[in-house]
Ligand binder design. Structure first.
Ligand SMILES: Cc1cc2nc3c(=O)[nH]c(=O)nc-3n(C[C@H](O)[C@H](O)[C@H](O)COP(=O)(O)O)c2cc1C
Length: 171
């Protein structure tokens, strides 16, 4: 069977065709807590277990993570698109996102910021190091604790919109 392919050259639009997850990054400093959405997170070491997150310097979360040296990551389930929208479109600089009453949390055991309930999985991280990548800061986090919700499905971020995950491919 002939498979047609259309390749379009466009450096900006091309990145919109990649696919990611969304993590709700929680942070805390000076007795305030915050939550922001981040699609740029990745496991970056097996042993020790580490996750690296990429945070814009202008984010309120940047300052809070820098100051406290820790962060929580709660990966959105497919039922948490609204949370990803709120956390990713409002800043602690002018909005207390927790005052919306939409974010249900549970206490972390090793870090101060809480984690978000009903996430598909969640991790507590201590910042091990930080480096600059262009216009974002990369925080390398040592994973101190992890949780998962069996039965939840992940939220998929593609083309600037949230999606459900598709069917398993059998081969
Ligand atoms: C789906 C989604 C993914 C995002 N991913 C990132 C990311 O990986 N890194 C980042 O710095 N900002 C990312 N953002 C933008 C921040 O979440 C946004 O600027 C937020 O308002 C920052 O909040 P804060 O100022 O309270 O920290 C994302 C936004 C959305 C909607």
């Amino acid at each position: 069977m002939k498979h047609e392919m259309f390749v379009i050259k466009d450096i900006e639009k091309a990145q919109n065709f990649s696919t990611t997850t969304v993590a709700l990054i929680t942070s805390s400093s000076d007795d305030r807590i915050n939550v922001m959405s981040a699609e740029w997170t990745i496991r970056s070491s097996i042993e020790p277990f580490m996750i690296t997150i990429f945070i814009g310097y202008e984010r309120g979360s940047y300052e809070m993570i820098k100051k406290s040296g820790e962060f929580g990551l709660s990966y959105c389930s497919e039922r948490q698109g609204e949370l990803a929208h709120i956390a990713g479109n409002y800043s602690i600089r002018d909005t207390d996102k927790f005052s919306t009453g939409k974010f249900r949390v549970f206490s972390s055991s090793m870090i101060k910021p809480p984690l978000i309930e009903n996430a598909i999985c969640a991790f507590e991280c201590r910042v091990e190091s930080e480096f600059r990548v262009g216009d974002h800061a990369a925080f390398n986090g040592i994973v101190l604790e992890g949780y998962y919700s069996d039965g939840e499905k992940p939220l998929v971020f593609h083309g600037g919109k949230f999606h459900h995950i598709g069917e398993t491919i059998k081969h």
